[in-house]
Design a protein around this ligand. Structure first.
Ligand code: FES
Length: 156
């Protein structure tokens, strides 16, 4: 399957899609792009580019303005809506909880698994490209990229 990039050139579906000049993306820190109908957030943080579905898997919150923190050794974006913590590297959602059966209960980190679809970012001669994830499995963030999810987001 083939698609067209921002300049109208043919390329394989999934990309790589040109998403901008490195310097511009670094300055912006967060850049929203729609690639093949998918809304993707490109993030620059501490010298590294990341890309993931733009809407939080939990209830479609926009991740664009989420803070980034290192939690349990993982850089995570914190969804502004309900504060879910999503790993930039692989889309895993982590949370901190205590087991009430423990005495004394000590808070520790748990994983909900990989929930957010992440995409790969490459750079060539100052141009940055995103290749959409080709994973054929279902990620919960896929819901907010579909028609029903988009309608639900618009209503919220
Ligand atoms: Fe992101 Fe609920 S929508 S935490």
């Amino acid at each position: 399957m083939w698609d067209r990039d921002m300049e109208g050139k043919e390329q394989p579906a999934g990309g790589p899609h040109f998403v901008g000049k490195k310097d511009e993306l670094i300055e912006a820190k967060r850049s929203f792009r729609t690639l093949e109908g998918r809304d993707v957030l490109v993030i620059y943080h501490q010298g590294v580019f990341y890309a993931m579905d733009s809407y939080c898997y939990h209830a479609g919150g926009s991740l664009e303005n989420g803070d980034i923190e290192e939690l349990n050794g993982k850089l995570c974006i914190i969804c502004p809506k309900h504060k879910y913590k999503i790993s930039l590297a692989n889309g895993e959602c982590i949370y901190k909880a205590t087991d009430p059966r423990q005495t004394p209960p000590v808070p520790r980190w748990y994983s909900k698994g990989v929930k957010q679809r992440v995409h790969s970012v490459t750079e060539t001669n100052g141009d940055v490209y995103v290749t959409l994830s080709g994973d054929t499995g279902w990620f919960e963030s896929d819901y907010y990229q579909g028609e029903k999810g988009k309608v639900e987001r618009a209503r919220a």
